[in-house]
Design a protein around this ligand. Structure first.
Ligand code: ZN
Length: 78
């Protein structure tokens, strides 16, 4: 009977420990969300001059739009 009580307490302890760990797993789920937000800057834009698609973060943004390089930006906007 003593062994059964110890086992029951152990099971309860493990169950409680696992129940407490689950919210922390939920807290970690925003991390993939963070990686998605990190992936967001990889949005592609087309160069207004040659229509080449480049990541928005690497695009040269002018008054009229985005360009793949400063050369195309200067050529299209001057
Ligand atoms: Zn271009």
């Amino acid at each position: 009977m003593k062994l059964l009580t110890i086992l029951a307490v152990l099971c309860l302890g493990v169950w409680l420990w696992r129940a407490q760990r689950r919210p922390s797993v939920k807290d970690q789920t925003p991390q993939p969300g963070r990686t998605q937000s990190e992936q967001a800057p990889h949005e592609m834009v087309a160069c207004r001059s040659c229509a080449v698609h480049i990541p928005a973060a690497e695009a040269h943004v002018g008054k009229l739009g985005s360009y793949c390089c400063t050369d195309h930006l200067k050529r299209s906007e001057s």
